[in-house]
Structures are given as C-alpha cells and as structure tokens.
Design a protein around this ligand. Structure first.
Ligand code: PRP
Length: 182
C-alpha cells in the first residue's frame, strides 16, 4: 500500500491546481491579442508539472513553450544557496518578445530576479511571471508575480514539482510533510 505517513497536511489539492490552471490560461489569453504569440518559459525542474497542466488549456495555436534551467537549492536542504545557476538553449525566441516565466514557487525571489535579469540582458521586451505558489513571508528580493495561484504561509512544501532531495515531485497534491519522515 502507498505510504503517506510523511504527509502532515494536504495544503493544495490536485483538483484546486487543475482548476487554477484553467482560469490562468483564460486570464493570460485575455491579456494578449489573438495575433500575439504567448511565450511560456518553464523553469526546470520544479515547474514542469505546472507547465504540463497549464499548456493544454490554451485555446489558440500560437502558444510557444520553452525551457530554462535554474537551480538555487543544494541537495537535501530547503535553504537557498544564494547562487543561481541558469542555462537556456533557446535564446533566439527571447529577443524583442514578451516572455511569461512559469514558476512553481516564488520564495526568496532570488531565482526570479536572476532569470528576469538574464532574459532582459538577452533582449526580451517584457518579462511577466506566473507562479503557482507564492510564499511572501520568505521574500528577500523586492519582486512579485503578475499571476499568483496560491499564496501560502512559510511552511516547507513538496509535491506537484516541488522536491525534497529530488524526490516527491510526482505527488499530485502539494503537501506539508513531517520533515523527519522524509
Ligand atoms: C526552486 C523553485 C524556484 C526557486 C524559488 O527551484 O522551483 O525556481 O527554488 O526559490 P527562490 O525564490 O528562493 O529563489 P530549485 O532551485 O530548488 O530547483 P528545482 O526547480 O530544480 O527544484
């Protein structure tokens, strides 16, 4: 049987995430003209489930999905290293365009600050941010998201892309774990 002993509380259910992704696609489509491309930039690895859930909700064909890799956390710890490593193979789509960064969580804001700076330096016209989770209590950098799914308190959370030691990204819900049981 599935072991769920490590789950202290289910914070956000999969159904709530699915429902938000439907609303978000409509909201984004409403702010872009029909002719304008919607360029989504999935921040690997955590935003992969969010991106995959959101993408099929767009009704129009001119939605482009690209990927950027940003990493700030080390191994098993849940604390930021303060050093953001960024790599992106699709720079040609950035120049002169409005990009929507897709994040699983906006925490200290250091990752987002680094990615935004990176994209602007590569010639993006405008950079918007859609984050599934926002943890404003943890913010160090003065940065915000244009679209926020769920504002959450300062708890360590895992699931739906969010990991602990690279594991638990596959959980459908976002949960607060008992750290000693992970
Ligand atoms: C996590 C998360 C965000 C970032 C947020 O990524 O996916 O990108 O941290 O934290 P911050 O606001 O404090 O910068 P992580 O570096 O753990 O990489 P991952 O997506 O591969 O898990």
């Amino acid at each position: 049987m599935e072991n769920t002993d490590y789950i202290k509380e289910v914070l956000i259910t999969h159904e709530e995430i699915v429902s938000y992704c439907k609303r978000l696609a409509i909201e984004i489509e409403d702010t872009f003209s029909e002719e304008e491309e919607i360029i989504l930039l999935c921040v690997l690895k955590g935003s992969l489930p969010f991106t995959a859930e959101l993408l099929p909700n767009f009704k129009r064909p001119n939605v482009i999905c690209e990927f950027i890799r940003a990493s700030s956390y080390e191994g098993k710890t849940s604390e930021s290293k303060g050093v953001i490593d960024i790599s992106c193979n699709t720079l040609e789509i950035i120049e002169g365009k409005t990009i929507i960064i897709l994040e699983d969580i906006l925490d200290t804001g250091k990752t987002l600050e680094a990615i935004k700076g990176y994209l602007m330096a590569k010639g993006a016209k405008e950079v918007k941010v859609a984050t599934l989770l926002d943890k404003p209590e943890r913010r160090i950098v003065d940065i915000y998201a244009d679209y926020v799914g769920f504002t959450i308190p300062n708890h360590f959370v895992i699931g739906f892309g969010l990991d602990y030691d690279e594991k638990y990204r596959n959980l459908k819900d976002i949960v607060i774990p008992y750290p000693e049981k992970l």
